[in-house]
Design a protein around this ligand. Structure first.
Ligand SMILES: Cc1ncc(COP(=O)(O)O)c(C=O)c1O
Length: 400
């Protein structure tokens, strides 16, 4: 009898594309191993610590032995608190419409798994968050990318989306404020897109994990503003990760139609079960101790706003670089393609690599987000690091 011993990976995982950031992270790791001082403007997470009152709630959870399984979609107290947050924004949501997960990523992944399948097309705009295409593919569906226009500050519009819809379109993923561009959707445009999606039978995943990080007093447009018309074909994904500087705690939520929430919960019950019980207690404090939470968000936003102005003006001062000020999030997305010929590179991956090797500044190549003319600088880094990073970038650019 012949025994099959060779290793075989599934078609499903073979369809995952290696991240274009892999070469960068390898070089970065190697440089650090060699003891080189690298300015990391690649990371996409707040450099702030988790607020103290949130940490204390986590510590109390451990000491009070809140360390057991919880309901798969989350403790009822946390689901109630999330539902209350949505009601405050005018959306009629109760706890049966809420599922807690281990981060925004898991919410979106679960949603793709229960909503999309082979033969379906799922639309989203480029530049897009790196995981959208892979999540759609892992659900067996086909990603369909609608380029948002740089002339329009990469803000999503129905006009740019409409030509990409086909008979097979089944879903739409929107992310506002956007990673990597910071672009925030306009309220009127969101209303048009949601109505169009509903009329075409598209389910909408709305990723608002940067909801509190908008500059110049810009309001956050959300399907919650139009909930009565759209509550049955929209799932909103939110997270504690960026808002409360809790990336490592792994805590997010989805709010949507009951049937979708129940399916996501069933799916999660056979993979990771509940989000960490300790993280749930910490998130409960963040969501219910509103004054303290608001104060901490206000402080972070004020600091990001200073860094944003500084990095955008420094980048625009470099000849050949164009960096529009982002509406929100904490990324500066800069068109550096005019420097490619002088740098002797053909795209953003090679450019980012050269910048890292020569100037010891880590960034993320735009190719990772479907826009090869740009690179992403994160300003979720300390001011001194940003100052140093832009100075080294300026020197690098003038040396080309
Ligand atoms: C647009 C976007 N969505 C979702 C996530 C996932 O966040 P979480 O850490 O909550 O899983 C990120 C994280 O970088 C993001 O940028």
């Amino acid at each position: 009898m012949k025994v099959e011993t060779s290793l075989r990976l599934t078609r499903r995982v073979e369809s995952i594309r290696p991240s274009p950031t892999l070469a960068i992270s390898r070089t970065l790791a190697e440089m650090r191993r060699q003891g080189r001082d690298v300015v990391d403007l690649g990371v996409g997470e707040p450099d702030f610590p988790t607020p103290d009152f949130v940490k204390q709630a986590g510590i109390r959870a451990i000491e009070g032995d809140r360390t057991r399984y919880t309901d798969t979609p989350g403790e009822i107290s946390l689901r109630e608190a999330i539902a209350a947050k949505f009601r405050k924004r005018g959306a009629a949501v109760d706890s049966s419409r809420v599922a807690v997960s281990a981060g925004g990523k898991q919410t979106l992944f679960n949603a793709c798994q229960v909503l999309f399948q082979e033969g379906d097309e799922v639309l989203f705009f480029s530049p897009y968050w790196v995981s959208f295409p892979e999540m759609v593919r892992l659900a067996g569906a086909t990603p369909v990318i609608a380029p948002a226009r740089a002339e329009n500050a990469f803000r999503p519009t129905l006009e740019d989306l409409r030509p990409f819809a086909t008979e097979k379109s089944r879903g739409l993923i929107l992310n506002s404020p956007n990673n990597p561009t910071g672009a925030a959707i306009e309220e009127g445009e969101l209303a048009k897109i949601l109505a169009w999606a509903r009329d075409r039978g598209l389910f909408v995943l709305y990723d608002e994990c940067y909801e509190f990080f908008l500059y110049g007093g810009r309001p956050h447009a959300s399907p919650t503003d139009l909930w009565a018309e759209h509550s049955e074909h929209v799932l909103i994904s939110g997270a504690a990760s960026k808002t409360y500087a809790m990336t490592g705690w792994r805590l997010g939520w989805g709010v949507g139609p009951k049937a979708v929430i129940a399916a996501m919960s069933a799916y999660q019950s056979h993979s990771t079960s509940n989000a960490s019980s300790i993280s749930q207690e910490a998130a409960l404090a963040a969501l219910t101790e509103v004054e303290r939470a608001d104060e901490s968000v206000r402080k972070m936003l004020a600091e990001y706003a200073v860094r944003r102005d500084r990095i955008v003006s420094a980048l625009n001062a470099v000849g050949g670089v164009r960096c529009p000020p982002p509406d929100g999030a904490f990324y500066a997305f800069a068109d550096v393609s005019a420097l490619y010929p002088r740098a002797g590179v053909s795209g953003s991956v090679e450019f980012s690599k050269l910048l890292l090797e020569r100037a010891a500044v880590a960034t993320i190549p735009g190719a990772a987000f479907g826009e090869d003319r740009y690179i992403r600088f994160s300003f979720a880094a300390a001011r001194e690091e940003i100052e140093k990073g832009v100075r080294l970038f300026q020197e690098f650019a003038s040396s080309l």
